[in-house]
Design a protein around this ligand. Structure first.
Ligand SMILES: [Zn+2]
Ligand SMILES: [Zn+2]
Length: 263
């Protein structure tokens, strides 16, 4: 358990003045270890890190939330690190809407030639406070219908089973850090509580994959309220309308690239 957690936003859709933004996500998580969570869609995370005075070379562990380009393309610029990911993260996957290939642009082989890859479907404790949640069990009824518009190269549907997240044990409770939350943000929070054996969730930050203000969004807010979550900071693939709804009910400012969030 740590007394404080610092998250530096290296890539997200909004940015403070002077920083670049993109459709991507990359956070530097600092607790009892510094962990790079996702690498965004390009080398933008490195350029923003430099502006923030962060030396990415000094970070030895990278966690990939899932195998989509907007979280993993930055891996092309990663060298000499251990990278934790789900074994399916390198699948070739296509967007049903655009027909575009949305896989990670770097091959497993290339990445492995420069780094140590740790593949697991199971939760993995990186330190005694930071845990990679592994493949998320999709248990909550209102998130069961998480059908995605994605498919694999052979045309079969892609439920993004590799979608995972980080959780950090702090003195205030768990803090859950999501990538895109294709598995459902509440399913992810449930998994964090199960894996960390702690019901108290203090905060949730990252992509929630909620775009419309609808019944599911209401159910998400109700769920997070019921478990006593205090700080909710959706970003990335959460629409501005959805973010505004969360701000009505929870503490937490809008996430912007260049911010250092202390929780
Ligand atoms: Zn995704
Ligand atoms: Zn994403």
């Amino acid at each position: 358990m740590v007394t404080s957690l610092k998250i530096s936003v290296l890539s997200d859709k909004q940015a403070l003045c002077g920083y670049g933004s993109e459709h991507g996500l990359s956070f530097l998580v600092e607790a009892d270890k510094r962990v790079l969570f996702d690498t965004g869609a390009s080398d933008l995370f490195i350029r923003n890190a430099e502006k923030m005075g962060i030396d990415i070379d000094s970070v030895d562990t990278v966690v990939l939330s899932h195998g989509h380009y907007d979280h993993g393309n930055g891996l092309q610029w990663i060298d000499g690190k251990q990278i934790v990911m789900h074994p399916d993260a390198f699948a070739t996957r296509i967007s049903g809407r655009s027909g575009r290939n949305i896989s990670i642009a770097v091959s497993r082989q290339t990445l492995e030639s420069r780094n140590k890859i740790i593949e697991t479907k199971e939760p993995l404790w990186i330190t005694e406070s930071i845990v990679y949640l592994g493949e998320i069990q999709r248990v909550l009824p209102f998130e069961q219908e998480c059908s995605t518009p994605f498919h694999f190269a052979d045309g079969s549907p892609d439920p993004v089973a590799d979608d995972s997240a980080l959780a950090v044990k702090t003195a205030n409770g768990l803090i859950v850090i999501s990538g895109c939350a294709h598995a459902g943000i509440c399913n992810i929070v449930e998994q964090a509580r199960r894996v960390a054996q702690s019901d108290k969730v203090y905060g949730v930050i990252g992509g929630f994959h909620l775009t419309t203000v609808d019944q599911r969004l209401e159910q998400t807010i109700t769920y997070l309220k019921n478990i006593g979550c205090e700080i909710v900071m959706p970003s990335h693939c959460t629409s501005d309308d959805a973010i505004a709804e969360f701000h009505k009910h929870f503490k937490g400012e809008t996430v912007k690239t260049g911010m250092v969030i202390e929780l």
